[in-house]
Design a protein around this ligand. Structure first.
Ligand code: HEC
Length: 102
């Protein structure tokens, strides 16, 4: 019981810190880090809603996508500019973005 009461508190803390440290929640990571570019297409970022743009990128393989997002690629900053994100965090955010294409 005590444990269950802690869970929402932890969730709130993660939201405040804007870095989900405990869970690899792709959506939360997308919203805190990736959205500012990938929602509106800043500097040519493929928009989350632009299926055609993502199809071309997915064609190169997901491993390569992950590598580009982690190391940076042209105007895409390494880890979306958030060094606190782990490789898995970045991959979870990509997964969330790609889910919108299916
Ligand atoms: C400062 C703006 C910015 C932020 C923040 C950002 N991106 Fe990007 N992203 C870009 C741009 C610009 C490109 C397009 C690069 C190109 O091909 O010219 C891109 C491309 C990508 C690609 C495609 C790479 C490829 O190989 O084609 C992936 C995947 C990606 N971003 C994931 C993410 C993830 C995940 C996050 C959050 C953790 C994120 N981005 C945050 C600007 C951003």
């Amino acid at each position: 019981m005590r444990r269950m009461m802690w869970m929402p508190a932890l969730g709130t803390l993660a939201a405040l810190a804007r870095v989900p440290a405990f869970a690899t929640d792709g959506k939360a990571i997308y919203e805190s880090t990736c959205k500012r570019c990938h929602d509106s297409g800043v500097m040519g970022a493929p928009k989350i809603s632009d299926k055609a743009a993502w199809k071309n990128r997915v064609a190169q393989g997901q491993a390569s996508l992950g590598e580009h997002a982690i190391r940076g690629f042209k105007h895409m900053p390494p880890r979306g500019g958030n060094p606190e994100l782990s490789d898995d965090d970045v991959k979870a955010a990509i997964k969330y973005m790609l889910q919108n294409l299916e």
